[in-house]
Design a protein around this ligand. Structure first.
Ligand code: SAM
Length: 409
């Protein structure tokens, strides 16, 4: 869940919407591709593009340049629609859901489990509904980009549009239409990073998924999310067993923050006073938790470094695993297990390395997905630890064997 820091109408006009001036990216046939506005900083044109047929008629809208929208339309979700068949179960469910929506006092609506959910279970997937290039917020004045957002909602098929319009505006209710759409977007969007092939790496996306947007925040959430660029889908998996009647939550912020910092960020960006278990526990417990968080952050630089100056060791990785368990940081477990696998392999203990690589894969599939680079690195390690790049690396470094590689090598 994100919060954006946002810093000449050519209605109907198109700079490169028909493929002209759009580089090598093949054009896509959009059901709507207006309105458009000229950027105030660079010579670009930003439009609303909608494909009402995307995801078996659910639809998706994009606020960006024609070139970037056309690039996104080269992803498998567009060119091979079968790949996302049945992903969205929120608007037209085909079977019983594991959750239902209900009101939670002080939080508005939220999702509650109606069945036992096991760790690692997929709870929900949503394809993109509205995807905005972050560049839009610096290139266009607010009165223009809110028109693009409103058009993005309006051009989606009816049930999808009405689900979006019902989403939370936090406390504001009496807003003009375009301002309301903007408030819904700001309250419910996630930050999504560009994929590796995207030419516009400097600009992330601001994306709304209507089913997932109903999940409330908890600093020690029981579910986690990751985005898959190929299917253009945000997936939610359970990080621990969830019982019927229990609220399903995600963390809106980086959970590796001290209590005061978490509370300040949630208040400033989402306007609520965090009352989750971790934020309301007693002073002594809160201090112990903050100290564990501090230590977790202190361990990272050494574990990430493969310079000979790094103090990283298997014991350090074991400490990170223990701290992440104590802090119930499910989203950190795959990183901690990955570090442990690399540390043990780095000193020539292939079997302990394999044990931790297996754990890293298991947790990684839940929290970052099967296409994540670290998950695939761990898959390589378990096949043949002795041929993995990390084999004996720490020992070699310690003894000064071979040249010193850069950390990103
Ligand atoms: C993405 S929406 C979540 C769903 C929302 N509760 C609803 O009614 O649709 C985010 C908004 O939900 C509310 N919210 C989410 N988590 C909360 C929490 N832990 N405590 C209080 N309010 C919360 C805040 O109003 C926040 O701006």
């Amino acid at each position: 869940m994100a919060s954006r820091s946002r810093t000449a109408l050519v209605d109907g006009g198109r700079a490169c919407g028909n493929g002209t001036g759009c580089g090598h990216v093949p054009d896509h046939t959009w059901t709507h591709s207006t309105p458009c506005f000229k950027g105030t900083i660079s010579d670009i044109e930003i439009c609303t593009f909608t494909d009402a047929n995307f995801a078996q008629g659910r639809g998706a809208s994009f606020v960006m340049t024609a070139k970037r929208a056309s690039y996104l339309a080269t992803h498998s979700g567009f060119v091979n629609p079968e790949i996302i068949k049945g992903v969205n179960e929120d608007l037209e469910p085909t079977g019983p859901a594991k959750y239902e929506m209900r009101e939670f006092p002080g939080k508005g609506m939220g999702l509650v489990a109606t069945d036992h959910i096991r760790r690692g279970d997929l709870i929900m997937g949503n394809t993109v509904s509205l995807m905005i290039d972050y560049k839009v917020f610096s290139e266009l004045p607010k009165e223009q980009y809110i028109q693009l957002e409103a058009a993005a909602f309006d051009h989606l098929p009816g049930p999808h549009r009405s689900a979006l319009l019902k989403l939370s505006t936090h406390e504001e209710t009496d807003l003009p239409y375009a301002a309301r759409v903007d408030k819904i977007t700001a309250t419910n969007a996630f930050d999504i990073n560009p994929d590796h092939n995207d030419e516009d790496q400097d600009y992330a996306f601001f994306v709304v998924f209507p089913g997932i947007a109903r999940m409330n925040h908890d600093c020690r959430a029981n579910a986690d999310y990751y985005y898959d660029h190929d299917t253009m889908t945000q997936y939610i998996h359970a990080m621990r067993p969830i019982s019927p009647g229990e609220e399903i939550t995600i963390s809106y912020i980086n959970p590796k923050m001290r209590r005061a910092d978490r509370m300040e960020r949630l208040k400033r960006l989402w306007g609520f006073d965090c009352a989750c278990h971790l934020c309301t526990q007693g002073r002594a417990q809160a201090e112990a938790s903050d100290e564990r968080i501090d230590q977790i952050k202190e361990l990272y630089p050494d574990l990430r470094s493969f310079q000979s100056s790094s103090r990283a060791s298997p014991q350090m990785a074991e400490l990170l695993i223990s701290l992440a368990e104590q802090e119930m940081l499910g989203g950190t477990m795959y990183e901690a297990y990955t570090f442990a696998a690399l540390e043990y392999n780095g000193i020539g203990d292939a079997w302990t390395a394999t044990k931790y690589a297996r754990l890293a894969i298991e947790w990684g599939l839940t929290t970052v997905g099967e296409k994540d680079g670290d998950v695939n690195d761990m898959k390589e390690l378990v096949v043949d630890p002795w041929k993995h790049w990390s084999w004996m690396l720490r020992t070699r470094k310690k003894n000064g064997w071979g040249k010193e590689p850069a950390d990103d090598e």
